[in-house]
Ligand binder design. Sequence first.
Ligand code: SF4
Ligand code: FES
Length: 251
Amino acid sequence: MSDSEQSADAAPEAPKSFTVTLNVRRYDPEVDTEPHWESFDVEMYSTDRILDALHSIKWNQDGSLAFRRSCAHGICGSDAMRINGRNRLACKTLVKDLDITKPVYVEAIKGLPLEKDLIVDMEPFFDAYREVRPFLVASDKPEKERHQTIAQREAFDDTTKCILCAACTSSCPVFWTDGQYFGPAAIVNAHRFIFDSRDEDAKVRLDILNDKEGVWRCRTTFNCTEACPRGIQVTKAIAEVKQATLGTRGV
Ligand code: SF4
Ligand code: FES
């Protein structure tokens, strides 16, 4: 057998694993008065994400670890959490992209009531979302689809990408200190309909967001834009809603 035939038959090298320490902020309302950190060592591969690390802990070390996830592919928005102090989706964060020479810190997102471990109560977030009427309002009943020009569709294209993960709202310092503020995600979802040429309720939504807890609470810190796993220009969307409220941008 020639050298080249021998190397073609050689078994592929096994992927290399590495050990990473996860410090997870735990809280069990039935036994704890305060959250506390717990440390876990997990064996990971270069394709593993923080979600895989959490699964490994839950399935092999401590079945009581509580976190939300569903799609595992960046679509459902249920696994937003703070990873090394930054809001991210666990299913989109590769372990190897973090500094694994040190422990990786994983905790629940801030600004929403903590329920257990990495799970927060999302109801205040969805209450704000529902308040901005995030649905198309149109009185006509066309027999065919409502046409839009490319420019009309582009006006709200970015904000259609929202997956309601709350990474933006829970990274906003105004939201942390003022539980009444609508928060970036609600404004993004209002923007999605305010700038839709088929919708007739822009004025109603703008009146809602012109409220004292509306768009004017935004201090343009850009935390929301940096946190968004969908790459939505959240601060820009908020600025456009502010302009529409003032009448300096048409809807
Ligand atoms: S705007 Fe981005 S960060 Fe905010 S809820 Fe939507 S997808 Fe998540
Ligand atoms: S599990 Fe669905 S977005 Fe991460």
